[in-house]
Ligand binder design. Structure first.
Ligand SMILES: Nc1ncnc2c1ncn2[C@@H]1O[C@H](COP(=O)(O)OP(=O)(O)OP(=O)(O)O)[C@@H](O)[C@H]1O
Length: 285
């Protein structure tokens, strides 16, 4: 089927990458709407980075059709590259330059860059402006990577495991930054192993196993999660109790009536995104 070129930020059909006999990406389909935040999930070695690097134009595909902002990424025209921001899994360049110098240097590659000082502040590195890149901690280095990804005001931002090594507060601050960018209309494709990150940030998630997209849904509905039975837990005279039900409100109302008031240690839960993801991965393994 012919791809309609400019309707989506990303459209890939039957995407393939083989290394010798190994099918790292094996006929993967992916559509990302403009303005959407899309998270790619999947176990180690599933093919997420290979997919993202083919979409960025850094790796040649072995097969399939791809359009990113209406362009075949393998062509990588200059004006297209300036519309895209990339945060790779790890970078180790420019060790001797200061944070400010690195960001200023990268700003020069773009026709309409953001102000370097503003970007440094947005990623929370203002106190480290004058420090050389090589003395930054792992999490600070990652923030610098993110700064370089957004300095060109990209329409589409690729983030490969962006918050690995972040402390909890830095992760929250990063999430705020991503929400800001998304609110400003930036399309974002990220890979992550943190299910809470996917749940908080993503409009939709896609699960990749063995080079194939096995599910695409909103975080709330992945794997039938939205309609899964609720688990009610409480403590009775003879110890902890639990019960699975499709009608938790009615079940809890009956419990309250039975107890004649408060039910000790009452909780009602649905499967977390992590529960759903893990059972999905086991099924397709
Ligand atoms: N240059 C390469 N040569 C040969 N095999 C490769 C190459 N790059 C990746 N692979 C293989 O392709 C598969 C997919 O790797 P990829 O890095 O895309 O996985 P991933 O889903 O990003 O994993 P992770 O979550 O660990 O980052 C793996 O089996 C990997 O060993």
């Amino acid at each position: 089927m012919e791809i309609v070129t400019d309707a989506y930020a990303i459209e890939a059909k039957g995407l393939r990458k083989t290394y010798g006999a190994h099918h790292a990406v094996d006929g993967l389909d992916l559509t990302v709407e403009r303005g959407e935040v899309f998270a790619l999930l999947g176990p180690n070695g599933a093919g997420k980075t290979t997919t993202v690097e083919m979409l960025e134009g850094f790796r040649k595909r072995s097969g399939g059709e791809v359009h990113v902002l209406g362009v075949d990424p393998q062509r990588r025209p200059l004006d297209w590259r300036s519309r895209i921001g990339v945060v790779l899994q790890s970078t180790g360049e420019f060790e001797e330059l200061s944070v400010q110098e690195v960001v200023q240097h990268f700003a020069k590659y773009y026709p309409n860059p953001a102000r370097p000082d503003e970007v440094i502040e947005r990623v929370g590195l203002q106190a480290k402006r004058k420090d050389r890149a090589k003395v930054l901690s792992g999490g600070q280095r990652r923030r610098l990577d993110v700064a370089l990804g957004i300095i060109g005001r990209p329409e589409l931002l690729f983030l490969d495991e962006p918050t690995t090594g972040f402390d909890p507060q830095a992760r929250r601050e990063f999430w705020d930054l991503i929400r800001d960018l998304a609110a400003g209309g930036t399309t974002i494709l990220l890979t992550t192993h943190y299910l809470d990150e996917a749940e908080t940030l993503a409009d939709r998630v896609g699960v990749i196993t063995r080079g194939r997209m096995v599910a695409v849904a909103t975080p709330a509905t992945l794997g039938g999660r939205g309609s899964a039975a609720a688990k009610v837990r409480w403590t009775a005279a003879d110890g902890p109790q639990e019960h699975d039900t499709d009608t938790p409100a009615k079940f809890v109302a009956d419990l309250v009536a039975r107890f004649g008031g408060e039910v000790p240690e009452l909780t009602v839960t649905r499967p977390s995104l992590e529960d759903t993801y893990l059972s999905m991965i086991q099924e397709t393994a």
